[in-house]
Design a protein around this ligand. Sequence first.
Ligand SMILES: NC(=O)C1=CN([C@@H]2O[C@H](COP(=O)(O)OP(=O)(O)OC[C@H]3O[C@@H](n4cnc5c(N)ncnc54)[C@H](O)[C@@H]3O)[C@@H](O)[C@H]2O)C=CC1
Ligand SMILES: O=C(O)C(=O)[C@@H](O)CO
Length: 302
Amino acid sequence: MAEAMRVAVIGLGSMGMGAAKSCLAAGLATYGIDPRNSACDELMAAGAVATGAGGRAFARDLDAVVVLTVNAAQCRDALFGEQGIAAHLKPGTPVMVSATISVADAKAIAADLAEAGLAMLDAPVSGGPVKAACGDMTVMAAGPAQVFDALQPVLDAVAGKVYRISETIGDGATVKIIHQLLAGVHIAAGAEAMALAAKAGIKLETMYDVVTHAAGNSWMFENRMRHVVDGDYTPHSAVDIFVKDLGLVTETGLSMKFPLPLATTAYAMFATASQAGYGQLDDSAVIKVFPGITLPGDEPKA
Ligand SMILES: NC(=O)C1=CN([C@@H]2O[C@H](COP(=O)(O)OP(=O)(O)OC[C@H]3O[C@@H](n4cnc5c(N)ncnc54)[C@H](O)[C@@H]3O)[C@@H](O)[C@H]2O)C=CC1
Ligand SMILES: O=C(O)C(=O)[C@@H](O)CO
């Protein structure tokens, strides 16, 4: 029997934990890297090897790496920092960078990996923790065909749909950033509608039920406004992720002198929520920027 591919997932948070467990479920020999002990313990309990110490102990054994840290700085730290894994991987090991980062960062990380003799797939993901947990993410990726091919067992394990956008590093990031424009605007619009419903005295459960069975619905409305109705802001994706992602969207518009009025407004709403102290709550907590309303889970006003 052929030996199972050995893959390490770096960043065992909302997305990376599900991706790592999907690799395990697909029969891949799975390793995890995350400074949070609780995340390492959870993955080890599921049958993987996990460490908070960078992964150099097993780097040489790996056939592939997936990076699902929050941002480019964390990605760089995990790859090239003091405990970075890149210097210890076998030459040619494919590194699937799936964090949502800028085009410039994707290109710069690919160049630094190439200098270390490693190949990158620019491979952002979508679907949230639920799809990550069942190996059903959508991957929008760019890179050389041979890197896609080398990562095929990992893509099969973590994704329900893989888009081969192009061979040019940065095109995956561009597609994801444009997707995030919609994702962020849809959450912000859903929050605005639900805030107005609260102000108008309509039961939020009723409003949610109507919209999810009518033409105003969206994937984000259905997914995120449920959290508002339940008054549960446990982070599946944090407000600060959208401060980052809509920041990437607006910077992309600025770089092309291209107006993005909806994305700019949505960015301001998430940034306001973050400044108000809600940055680590679920991104549906953007609804808390609206004044004069009482939401499910709020303390009754005195
Ligand atoms: N949460 C979501 O629904 C989605 C998130 N994304 C993107 O996926 C990426 C990950 O997002 P989440 O899983 O939500 O973030 P998260 O904050 O839940 O998880 C990130 C993990 O990376 C770990 N980490 C930080 N620095 C590290 C390092 N140097 N080495 C190893 N691990 C490190 C953290 O301890 C944390 O466990 C982000 O770029 C996000 O924009 C994409 C699609 C959906
Ligand atoms: O693409 C997704 O899936 C998401 O939920 C993101 O938009 C949130 O980071």
